[in-house]
Ligand binder design. Structure first.
Ligand code: NAD
Ligand code: UDP
Length: 328
């Protein structure tokens, strides 16, 4: 039985990856410190004999007993309001955390895949974004803590690959959504759906002309799974190229939820990228992968999930949980 360590296991993507690898017959070790994750995302795995959970902050030395075949490093705050609230932890998990996991991979002779992001392209001057574009990132802006941590992460991963001959994989994830996202994490899909469910206005930032391209989680997990098992060591974009302005997207959510909410406009956050669309030619060629799930279908599944939350969960303020970590 192959053994895989998944960091960020209690988060949105990490928990779906745990499910996928368990379904594929792997022994899964999940690791998380819950800074932005939730125990609820993995509680269905509590009695699974092939799943083990370790509560640990990966910026500290990571110790795993026995053999290990694969590592997926997904621990990191991922939403702009998260990494603005916990900037140092964001930098540390991308840098020190990645260094620890690369060291572990080297010691265990394991293959490691790291979760990079479309944010390495910053506010892109090239459209759509292909892997050979070096990006347009403001290192010292508020988003820089995330973008630069991820760029460092890619850099140190390639160094371990070149210098130590480690088997490494790098996925550049474009906006991905689905069940188990935190309702109040500030990302646009949970934000709009939460607002619709609470009867609040939908808040569009800026004039809403900025674009994004949203990928449903099952498609993303399939891409990551194929990349891990491929022999390709350079970064690959995984995302859905179907691009939409945030304005049109807000209208789509109003229609989907049938809630007739008003759309109001708020200030655009600093360095908010104006356009984003993955060029997925490489993923098609190397992994024979492309997304299959339409936005209509994916959004409906996500909305059904949010509708199933309790009233308490719907109205909970998220940021109290950070205070404990910040005081440490
Ligand atoms: P998430 O916040 O739901 O999950 C991240 C998980 O990492 C959380 O459970 C959190 O508690 C854990 N974590 C953070 N710091 C840690 C530390 N020091 N030690 C141990 N655990 C720690 O976010 P997500 O959307 O699931 O994102 C997962 C990964 O994918 C991140 O690396 C993110 O940068 C990347 N990514 C996601 C998207 C997306 O659209 N969802 C896009 C690009 C990249
Ligand atoms: N956004 C918005 N209203 C919200 C939350 C986000 O208009 O309540 C916008 C945000 O400014 C950005 C886009 O939606 O242009 C996507 O934001 P998200 O935080 O989901 O992801 P990212 O900016 O990292 O792509």
């Amino acid at each position: 039985m192959k053994k895989i360590l998944i960091t960020g296991a209690a988060g949105f993507l990490g928990s779906h990856l745990c499910d996928r690898f368990l379904n594929e017959g792997y022994y899964v070790i999940g690791m998380d410190n819950f800074i932005t994750g939730d125990q609820k995302n993995i509680e269905h795995l509590n009695n699974n004999p092939n799943f083990q959970f370790i509560k640990h902050d990966v910026t500290e030395f990571v110790k795993i007993e026995g053999t290990l075949d694969y590592i997926l490093h997904f621990a990191s705050p991922a939403s702009p309001i998260d990494y603005l609230k916990i900037p140092i932890q964001t930098l540390k998990v991308g840098s020190l955390g990645t260094h620890n996991l690369l060291g572990l991979a080297k010691a265990k002779k394991a293959r490691i895949l790291i979760a990079s992001t479309s944010e390495v392209y910053g506010d892109p001057l090239v459209h759509p974004q292909s892997e050979d574009y070096y990006g347009n990132v403001n290192a010292i802006g508020p988003r820089g803590v995330y973008d630069e941590a991820k760029r460092f992460m890619e850099s140190i991963t390639m160094a371990y690959h070149r210098f130590h001959g480690l088997e490494t994989r790098i996925v550049r994830i474009f906006n991905t959504y689905g069940p188990r996202m935190r309702l109040n994490d500030g990302r646009v899909i949970p934000a709009f759906m939460g607002q619709a469910l609470r009867g609040e206005d939908l808040t569009v930032f800026g004039d809403g002309s900025q674009t994004r391209s949203f990928c449903y989680v099952d498609d993303q997990v399939e891409g990551i799974y194929r990349l891990l098992l491929s022999d390709y060591s350079y970064p690959i974009n995984i995302g859905n190229p179907h691009e939409i302005t945030i304005n049109d997207f807000a209208k789509e959510i109003v229609k989907l939820t049938g809630t007739n909410q008003k759309i109001v406009y708020k200030e655009l956050p600093v360095d908010d990228p104006m356009q984003r669309q993955p060029d997925i030619s490489l993923a098609k060629k190397i992994l024979n992968w492309e997304p299959k799930i339409t936005r209509e279908k994916g959004l409906q599944a996500t909305y059904n999930y949010f509708k199933s939350l309790t009233k308490e969960e719907l109205c909970r303020s998220e940021h109290k949980k950070f205070e404990n970590h910040i005081r440490k």
